[in-house]
Write a protein that binds this ligand. Structure first.
Ligand code: AMP
Length: 473
């Protein structure tokens, strides 16, 4: 979400470009000027969806944008965000990162009350609840408060109500959201790299349970909910976020490098080279090489013009995609004992292929080191993880995974080391995919109960504190 006195469509476009890694399925922008809400959205990458004409048509000094990575709702054009709602002269547009776990109950309830839904997404429910609440609430703040009480799951959301941008984050802060100052106003975005792209200044993260409001007069916020802990998504640090982002106070690159160092300590091995799986394994491999003294040498080259392999809809397509995406640097691998470093193993498809490729290139030994513990359970809170049966580590010992992948040895980072590398304690992280215990109640799953209170928050103007840089993390 951006408010910028010089117009928002181009800044939103650049910010979305910086966040392209968070979703490649579709992109969209909504802006508001005068009495008109403008929206342009379509399936495809940011560069495919927008051009200078479409951006010029998106008029106004306030707007929101989104790139989609589907978790709830299929890959069809009607599920492309932002979603617009029009009610009694108000125009509301909304975009959301995360995943609700009570979508079905909420949808049934609102359908019984006569609401009609046009999409199969959880985001439309958020918009519908807010639009419905605006009928009786005095303000958007009250409507969001009412909405947040009903939602269970993860949400980092932005909403555009006429020319005001709102941003709110679930009470456990599962998905990231941060605030920056730019030349003509303010920006809220999932990752700080979007602020960097606009040459802005990072101010702070949106607090879990907080609602931020930005308009032409500046920025203010209210705390809508408080919780006895946070549940930052551990997978953002492992894989999802860009390494140059600072999330909840921590530079992601540093976390990954520390994990690489700890991976060496956990399982030292005699080898000739440390080779990353590009790009996700690079920071980890840098840390491993640094700590072990074994040289960092690239044995794999990535074709930069391909998307992530998970985007392919079928297993067969995914397998073929890995081969096009990566090639070996044979001279760096032949007759070498290689420490191969990657961020995570999910289905095992990628690792198995890569190990085969490296062996075909003549490597003598391949010691696979993984920057996450075994992924044993699905994610219900915003990461597209397969079911337990497709997860290679679910119900299998490490030795069985090693044999299936064909590596000489395999070591995962222990959970305690990963948590220590992140630095905020396991009580403040969602480790659902690694432990099977989730911070919110999910049917049929274990929950590590969190207590959330909805407070009658007062409106505070944070602007002076921001100006003084007091809140900078
Ligand atoms: P695989 O083991 O074949 O399922 O692929 C795992 C690799 O895909 C990891 O090394 C990551 O780089 C990447 N990856 C992991 N989780 C995801 C995800 N949820 N969406 C897209 N890519 C992922």
């Amino acid at each position: 979400g951006i408010v910028d006195a010089g117009g928002v469509s181009f800044p939103l476009y650049y910010a979305l470009y910086a966040l392209q890694h968070r979703g490649q399925e579709s992109a969209g922008i909504s802006t508001f000027e005068g009495t008109t809400l403008y929206t342009h959205k379509a399936q495809g990458l940011v560069a495919e969806v927008f051009n200078s004409h479409t951006l010029q048509d998106l008029r106004g000094n306030a707007g929101i944008g989104h790139v989609r990575y589907p978790t709830t709702g299929s890959k069809v054009p009607e599920n492309v965000q932002p979603f617009n709602f029009r009610y009694q002269g108000l125009d509301l547009s909304i975009a959301h990162n995360g995943n609700l776990v009570n979508t079905i109950e909420l949808r049934e309830e609102y359908e019984r009350r006569g609401q009609i839904f046009c999409t199969t997404t959880d985001t439309e429910i958020i918009g519908s609840i807010i639009a419905d609440a605006l009928r009786t609430s005095k303000s958007m703040e009250d409507a969001v408060r009412l909405c947040m009480r009903r939602l269970r799951g993860s949400y980092a959301a932005v909403a555009l109500l006429n020319e005001t941008v709102y941003a709110f984050r679930d009470p456990l802060g599962i998905k990231p959201l941060c605030i920056g100052k730019i030349d003509g106003g303010y920006i809220v975005a999932s990752e700080s790299v979007a602020i960097d792209a606009l040459d802005g200044t990072f101010i702070r993260d949106v607090r879990p349970g907080e609602l931020v409001r930005i308009d032409e007069t500046g920025l203010s916020s209210i705390q809508i909910a408080t919780a006895n802990r946070t549940a930052y998504c551990i997978f953002e640090y492992i894989y999802f976020a860009r390494a140059d982002s600072v999330i909840d106070g921590t530079l992601v690159y540093d976390v990954r490098r520390r994990i690489g160092q700890k991976l060496h300590d956990a399982a030292p091995v005699e080898a000739d080279t440390v080779c990353p799986v590009p790009d996700s394994g690079i920071a980890y491999a840098a840390g491993y090489a640094e700590r072990s003294g074994i040289p960092f040498v690239e044995g794999l080259m990535k074709n930069r013009y391909m998307g992530r392999t998970f985007i392919m809809p079928t297993q067969q397509q995914r397998e073929r995609a890995v081969r096009i995406k990566l090639n070996t640097v044979r001279g760096n691998l032949k007759d070498k004992r290689v420490v191969l470093v990657d961020d995570s193993i999910v289905r095992g498809t990628t690792s198995r292929r890569i190990v085969n490729m490296i062996r075909d290139a003549g490597a003598e030994e391949i010691h696979l080191r993984v920057g996450s513990p075994p992924i044993i359970a699905p994610c219900y809170l915003g990461v597209d993880m397969p079911t337990r049966t497709e997860l290679i580590a679910s119900g299998r010992e490490v030795e069985a995974v090693r044999a299936s992948i064909g590596a000489t040895s395999l070591t995962y980072i222990p959970l305690e080391d990963l948590v220590e590398a992140i630095g905020c304690g396991d009580r403040n992280l969602c480790t659902g995919c690694l432990t099977g215990c989730y911070p919110v109640d999910i049917n049929g799953e274990k929950s590590c109960h969190c207590v959330v209170d909805y407070v009658a928050g007062t409106h505070q103007s944070d602007l002076s504190a921001f100006r003084a840089g007091k809140e900078r993390t």
